[in-house]
Ligand binder design. Sequence first.
Ligand code: GLC
Length: 558
Amino acid sequence: MSKQWWKEAVVYEIYCKSFCDSDGDGIGDLKGIMSKLPVLKDLGINCIWFAPIYTSPQVDNGYDVADYRNIDPAYGTIDDFKTLLDMAHSMDIRVIMDMVLNHSSDEHEWFKESRKSKDNPYRDYYIWQPPKNGKAPNNWGSYFREGNGSAWEYDAQTGEYYLHQYAVKMPDLNWECEALRKEIYAMLHWWLDLGVDGFRLDVFTRLKKTEGFPDTTKQPGPLDRNGFIVDTSMCTNVKGIHEIIHGLHTEVFGPRGCMTVGEGANVDDTNVLDYILPEREELNMVYHFQLAHRALLSMTPAHFRNVQTKWANVFAKGGWTVQYMSNHDSARQVSCYGDAENYREASAMLLATLLHTTPGTPFVYQGEEIGMVNVTYDSIDDYNCCYTKGDYHSMIQKGSSRKEAIKALAPRSRDNARTPYQWDDTENAGFTSGKPWIKTNPTYKEINLQADLNAENSIFKYYKEVIALRKTHPAIIEGELQFLLSEHPHAIVYLRKCEAETLLVIANYRSEATTVELPDEIKTQKWQRILSNYKNTQPSIDGRKEWMPWEAEVYVLA
Ligand code: GLC
């Protein structure tokens, strides 16, 4: 396996808006992040991914970029960013930027020009179509299901529609336009010149649209309305997408040797290699949605094994991926895939064990390392996420009551991940001295970093341990994955083997004790326990058959 820093890294995603507010305006900012870098250093992560911090009207919290070369004034200035970058680098923490290349904000200068007239030099930077029979050019629905649900918005100024797969205020960029491509290449070089180490590419599979913009023949889904249908296949992995990504590699990623990770909307183990095999010259890795997804609210050992086994084949062929169960687009992983009510700590630690000992680069999402949990607000007005709001209005239109709609949407809402970071048990969790832009999760009195630092054993301290293992155990990075007891309903057991060592991971994936008999060839070998989330148990390998609820252990073959 070739050595690359991003294979050895642990990446930490910062959602600036909710991380730490230094000036009391209720919005997290770069100075706030600077003040917390020592915490991240202590945690042991060595790369930060900043969700978009560019100038933005914040319709989608920064994924609607109005200026790709500037920092949103609510977060700070470009000089603050440079200081932050230097500070991170001096701590051996690399920095990657989130690049939103599928769309911009309608408040971007390019779009302001583009909409002015059909012959404006920027017209082709976006995707414009004339009306069809006086209506939208086709029946494509927008992911955010705003307005009437269409992915097209009529612009009276020139009498044409523009495409927006996401919010109305997020027009899709036109990658068929050579001038647009050049602008993007130059902008990426500009960030690399500033010193950033790589990029996370937002919804990169959607840059190419089906030629001719035909109607979809897909049947409407439950949330589609007014005849507008969300059909990912119209604009995702469309023929020609590889030429675009390869172009980015040839012009920027390759010559600069920067790290790239793509958000793999509709990418799975069957189609990923074309994006990530080194000889394809596209991206280093892509993260997928097969293991965890906003719509997936629980997990089983069978699902975990099944997905990891599929991806083991991807690794065997020379690919690489990310291990994660949550990020800024999902609910909290301990609420979905652990038992936040009864075994929050043990289950959060178990999930961490799985994610940090299976093949791939672990991505930690802020708050995960202290076991932050989901939130439920009573009113839709307290929610901020465009998906949640759009889906809510669809449900109401289709006859659900307000209460039913919230009940259905709350466990999936992206806002679960976006409540302020819980630093301590003071007002607003120590996130701000002002009024937070989104309501703090009331759990902060018990769940907060300070409590974890004070406790002898805590989720944060466990994360430190599991992250540290990556630095001393090569099998975590390069070891082959082999599941044992692969039919077991509750136990997740696997080996990671490389030339230098063999590791054994054992996990009881449920809220009850489980009696397990390990295979003889394992029991007869000599293992040393190097990590455990129950500090007072004897190593189970020594003959203890009952595994505690959500118990997780890691062993090395002596
Ligand atoms: C990606 C981002 C998400 C955003 C969307 C549109 O999925 O992760 O937060 O809303 O793209 O940019």
